[in-house]
Design a protein around this ligand. Structure first.
Ligand code: PLP
Length: 449
């Protein structure tokens, strides 16, 4: 067995996805970077798709890849699901862009209210980024305070406030600024106004004492604390249940609205990850899966925080908000994702974690796979444990090994997220899970051969 090198797997990738590379290059003449999402780059370039069906994507080169990426967790029902297609086929002939509401919007809102305890009212938008912005506007309006608290490593879309302290600023291998117990906010993109930075309080993950100290010091002007219970874009870190319960108590005492961003973690459970943890926030942000693959976001939560909106004091609107295509697809998607579907996907997630954890321990490989439900993180790390913070990932994860793993997965017919994550989809069957487990073992073994 020969050891896999980054040079070799990159060369295979470039050759296998040659047309994608060419399309990206041609497209960059008109679109900076070749496509409108920075996050699509998978190593040297994005893999262009021709189509998708069920648990597969078909690339422009004609390769059929088992999709463990699922559009950054969005496509929980896989691709081109018949139930979603039927719903769209029913709608489209009727027209789909009006200056009038359609009834699907209310139906989707009702489903969300029934599933998630904290959700009594819902306002839709076209993306979770927009809904995160609405959430902090609602928090500011209701508290009369300015600042917003977030976690280091937490992603809440592309709003100015949220692009703080997602990644360490400059280059791979750089640490976040400030001590672990007292992180210093840092902008992750050029173009953030200074006054925005002054309004963001950054907290360390899974460190309740430090969070309490920082929140108390800023309480008089902090409107809301936004958090993912398991992070995604900043690297997968599970916020521990006791820690989250502690945050709930502190925010309640200090009058800071707790906003749980379930854009990804709605995957964790029929009632959201907040249901799994038994924590009820003030506001909730939703997105991705609730649109069945169509563009959507929602800010939701306790009815009292939406009263100012009812009175016309907090403005919310958008040409495509509550769009019938997104809401009808979302209804179909959530109907497919009933409690049995969640249980089946989560059992697959557990099987992947259990089998690979046992194997890594038996064979002494520094491979960790962890996470809740059907969105899992993996790291090839010398830490000796799964990461408890984004700083852990940065400090211990072997970037070269992670890249080799991701490229070689794609080379061998499995498409994970580039940044150490996988998500499962409803059409997956036992053979797909077998394939993922076997391919993982093979590649990790060859990395250390
Ligand atoms: C937790 C979380 N919040 C918000 C967003 C932003 O969502 P959108 O891309 O729909 O704007 C994302 C996107 O990945 C996310 O993961």
């Amino acid at each position: 067995m020969t050891r896999l090198t980054l040079e070799q797997v990159s060369a295979t990738f470039t050759e296998k996805f040659l047309l994608s590379g060419q399309l990206g290059k041609a497209s960059s003449q008109y679109i900076p970077g070749g496509y409108s999402r920075n996050s699509l780059t998978f190593g040297p370039h994005a893999i262009f798709v021709e189509s998708g069906d069920g648990q597969y994507i078909n690339t422009v080169e004609g390769h059929r890849l088992l999709d463990f990426h699922n559009n950054f967790s969005c496509s929980i029902t896989g691709h081109n699901h018949p139930r979603i297609r039927e719903a769209l086929e029913e709608l489209v002939p009727k027209g789909f862009s009006f200056g009038n509401p359609m009834s699907h919007e209310c139906e989707l809102a009702q489903i969300l209210c029934e599933r998630i305890e904290a959700v009594e009212k819902v306002i839709f938008s076209c993306s979770a980024s927009e809904s995160c912005l609405s959430a902090i506007r609602i928090a500011r309006a209701n508290t009369g305070r300015n600042k917003i608290a977030k976690f280091e490593g937490g992603y809440h879309g592309i709003g100015d406030e949220f692009m703080m302290s997602l990644h360490p600023i400059i280059a791979p291998g750089m640490m976040f600024p400030g001590p672990e117990t007292n992180p210093i906010p840092v902008a992750n993109t050029a173009g953030i106004p200074k006054h925005t930075q002054e309004n963001v309080v950054v907290l360390p993950q899974n460190d309740l004492d430090s969070c309490e100290r920082i929140l108390r010091a800023n309480a008089s002007d902090t409107a809301g604390l936004i958090m993912e219970l398991q992070t995604g874009a900043g690297g997968v870190v599970v916020l521990e249940q006791e820690f989250v319960q502690g945050i709930r108590e502190i925010t309640q005492e200090l009058g800071i609205l707790m906003i749980i961003d379930e854009t990804v973690t709605l995957r964790a459970d029929y009632h959201g990850m907040q249901g799994l943890y038994g924590v009820t926030p003030d506001l909730v942000v939703l997105g991705k899966a609730i649109g069945g693959g169509m563009p959507i976001g929602a800010v939701a939560g306790r009815a009292r925080y939406f009263e100012m909106g009812d009175q016309g004091m907090v403005y919310h609107s958008g040409t495509h908000h509550g769009h019938p295509i997104a809401t009808i697809a979302g209804i179909a998607c959530l109907e497919v994702m009933d409690e049995q579907a969640y249980a089946r996907l989560n059992a697959y997630g557990k099987r992947i974690k259990d089998e690979l954890t046992q194997w890594a321990s038996d064979t002494d490989h520094p491979f960790f796979i962890y996470g809740v439900g059907s969105h899992l993180g993996y790291e090839i790390t010398g830490a000796g444990h799964a990461p408890r913070s984004c700083r852990d990932i940065l400090q211990y994860s072997n970037e070269d090994h992670m890249q080799i793993f991701a490229f070689e997965m794609a080379n061998r017919g499995v498409f994970p997220m580039y940044r150490g994550q996988i998500t499962l989809s409803e059409p997956m069957v036992d053979a797909d899970i077998d394939m993922f487990i076997k391919t993982t073992k093979d590649i990790v073994t060859e990395i250390f051969a």
